[in-house]
Design a protein around this ligand. Structure first.
Ligand code: RRO
Length: 283
């Protein structure tokens, strides 16, 4: 894939269809990212978790959205045609609990010209389906070996930071035939509302993102870059061009912006400009 800049969005943090509803077709002329990653979809529709789903923290936020989505059929019928109109390549994020369901989505989307690549979300902290594939290198290899024959489009594996050795999972993904890895997903976290003494997140805990996690993301991206040969989409608290530069210096090929989109919907554009301005300046 050739992209006009190294800055894309993190899955689930920028709703391009809603944004077009607000900004109109102006969004298409000045799309803030060089590729668009969809919110993760599943085969069946999901309602998501009970509120409260987001809790602001001193340097970021905790979320437990719980993967609400209209399901694969709904995505194909309603969202894909609209996402296909975006002026940048579309990366569809998919998640399933078994190889078969993953395979059904990947095979069907492989035939759609709107889809440039897949992100395999093996790292959601908020869905209680038993095994999290991305916590186990052996499960990660097995999933990739099942999916690799189904498509020639790039497969990007989204890694969890909630393991002792994310590099081992990245190496497993590469062994299984992944084209790239993306990291980090959110870090398991919780907060208590001091006013009530109850958890700030409805289901009790969620995933932390934002500037607080950036040093952790940098450490994990460095470790993965040292161990694996595939390109890395680095993310975790990137909110400026300087942050993006740090992520690239850590070993990422692309940088994804997530939590900052909630504060500034034009963050992708701003961070791209800041990155290019800094790159042009002699160091
Ligand atoms: O929907 C979510 O709660 C969610 C997902 Br799928 C994910 O991968 N990471 C995250 O922090 N939240």
């Amino acid at each position: 894939m050739e992209l006009r800049s190294p800055v894309i969005n993190a899955s689930g943090t920028f709703d391009a269809i809603a944004a077009r509803g607000v900004y109109g077709d102006a969004l298409l002329k000045e799309f803030p990212f060089s590729a668009f990653v969809s919110k993760t979809i599943t085969l069946e529709p999901r309602a998501g978790n009970e509120p409260q789903r987001i809790w602001e923290t001193p340097a970021g936020m905790i979320n437990s959205i719980g993967l609400p989505n209209k399901g694969f059929e709904g995505f194909i019928a309603e969202d894909l045609p609209q996402l296909g109109e975006l002026p940048v390549p579309l990366i569809v994020s998919v998640m399933a609990t078994g190889h078969e369901d993953f395979g059904r989505m990947v095979s069907a989307l492989d035939e759609r010209e709107e889809v440039a690549a897949f992100e395999l979300n093996v790292s959601c902290p908020n869905v209680h389906s038993g095994l999290i594939v991305g916590e186990q290198p052996a499960e990660t290899v097995a999933l990739l070996e099942a999916l690799r024959p189904l498509t020639q489009k790039p497969l990007i594996v989204k890694l969890t930071p909630n393991v002792a050795d994310p590099a081992a999972v990245a190496v497993a993904a590469e062994e299984g035939g992944a084209d790239a890895v993306s990291l980090i997903n959110t870090m398991k976290a919780a907060a208590i509302d001091p006013a009530t003494g109850k958890p700030g997140i409805g289901v009790g805990q969620g995933g932390l993102s934002g500037p607080a996690v950036r040093p952790i993301a940098i450490a994990q991206v460095r470790a993965v870059a040292a161990a694996a040969g595939v390109p890395i989409v680095g993310m975790g608290g990137v909110s400026s061009g300087a942050d993006a530069r740090e992520m690239l210096a850590a070993g990422a090929t692309l940088v994804a912006v997530g939590t900052e989109n909630f504060r500034d919907p034009r963050a992708g554009d701003r961070i791209t400009k800041e990155l290019f301005e800094q790159s042009a300046r002699p160091t």
